[in-house]
Design a protein around this ligand. Structure first.
Ligand code: HEC
Ligand code: HEC
Ligand code: HEC
Ligand code: HEC
Ligand code: HEC
Length: 188
């Protein structure tokens, strides 16, 4: 009985000791106590790999800049290779949730306001955005000046205002929020 209590004491003190340490120390301790714990790279190796990757990223960024691809954008979860945050082969949709709910899965409470823009309201985000990366800012599939024309070819009731603003090079999203808002026509 005494021996048993001692083992329990030993186990609990060991675990609390392990839990208090960083992963590398925990690993060191566990490999000393137990067999079969997979080997980890040394801290030196970690830093070297990180440096190699960082230099590679810098080079790629510079190359892109030289090629004139300055305006592009890349979705952080894609850039960070967190593919499984979105993709899931085991579901019907192929995504972690239904396709029309995927963007809202992370972009919560979006869009907001009493007036919601049709495609944004129904989760058709991909009509305007790409999920991975594009050559345009904000992951837009087309430059901001063209993205509305895909659907809004109809004549404007307020055509004068709209014609003038177009000739002045003002884009739709300078006045309209593309997602929705608290003003009619999602005016900013
Ligand atoms: C933010 C969510 C998200 C992340 C993160 C993401 N994807 Fe996707 N991916 C999508 C969506 C949505 C589509 C469907 C695009 C369409 O229907 O136009 C897609 C499409 C694809 C396709 C089909 C071909 C294509 O390009 O349309 C491949 C392959 C793919 N993704 C691979 C990846 C890989 C590899 C990663 C990680 C490096 C990744 N995806 C990360 C959302 C994501
Ligand atoms: C796994 C979580 C996740 C999912 C799912 C997701 N996003 Fe994102 N998205 C992020 C994060 C993180 C950022 C960067 C921080 C921010 O702007 O909120 C971001 C940023 C963005 C941006 C701004 C990019 C920029 O260049 O400024 C756009 C646009 C966007 N997401 C669109 C989408 C669309 C469209 C979908 C659905 C296909 C989607 N997101 C699904 C996590 C996600
Ligand atoms: C009609 C086209 C269109 C649709 C549909 C659309 N967006 Fe956007 N989105 C834009 C444009 C244009 C921008 C550029 C910033 C701006 O003008 O407000 C943008 C910017 C963004 C941004 C970054 C800046 C911000 O406002 O936070 C996020 C995140 C985003 N969109 C997510 C989404 C999500 C999620 C959906 C689906 C619910 C969606 N968008 C649907 C056109 C659209
Ligand atoms: C994928 C198609 C699509 C794209 C792209 C699109 N829209 Fe729309 N838009 C709609 C639909 C559908 C409606 C709702 C039906 C309607 O009122 O015309 C709508 C409605 C509107 C309305 C309200 C009209 C009203 O009478 O209440 C405005 C304003 C508007 N869109 C502006 C824009 C702007 C600005 C862009 C570009 C950022 C844009 N739309 C891009 C499909 C689109
Ligand atoms: C200078 C600011 C401004 C710009 C730029 C602008 N709009 Fe508007 N838009 C307005 C205003 C203000 C209204 C409301 C007019 C009214 O009350 O009749 C409106 C109304 C609308 C409507 C609903 C009424 C209608 O005419 O059908 C749509 C759709 C629309 N705009 C789409 C667009 C699109 C697409 C673009 C880009 C090509 C654009 N707007 C650019 C200010 C602007």
């Amino acid at each position: 009985m005494k021996k048993f209590t001692f083992i329990i004491f030993l186990l609990t003190s060991c675990t609390s000791f392990i839990c208090a340490c960083d992963p590398l120390t925990v690993h060191k301790v566990t490999t000393t106590i137990f067999d079969g714990v997979p080997t980890m790279p040394s801290p030196e190796q970690y830093c070297r790999d990180y440096h190699i990757q960082a230099t590679k990223d810098e080079q790629e960024a510079r190359q892109k800049q030289e090629q004139g691809v300055k305006q592009g954008s890349i979705h952080p979860p894609f850039a960070e290779k967190r593919c499984n945050d979105c993709h899931d082969k085991s579901t019907d949709s192929g995504f972690v949730v239904a396709a029309d709910l995927l963007c809202a899965h992370c972009h919560k409470g979006f869009p907001a306001g009493n007036f919601l823009h049709g495609p944004a309201a129904v989760g058709a985000c991909l009509k305007c955005h790409a999920p991975h990366s594009t050559d345009n800012p904000n992951l837009l599939v087309k430059p901001a000046a063209e993205v509305c024309d895909v659907c809004h070819a109809e004549a404007r009731s307020s055509s004068k205002l709209h014609t003038i603003s177009r000739t002045k090079g003002i884009v739709c999203t300078d006045c309209h929020d593309p997602h929705g808002g608290s003003n009619r026509f999602f005016l900013r």
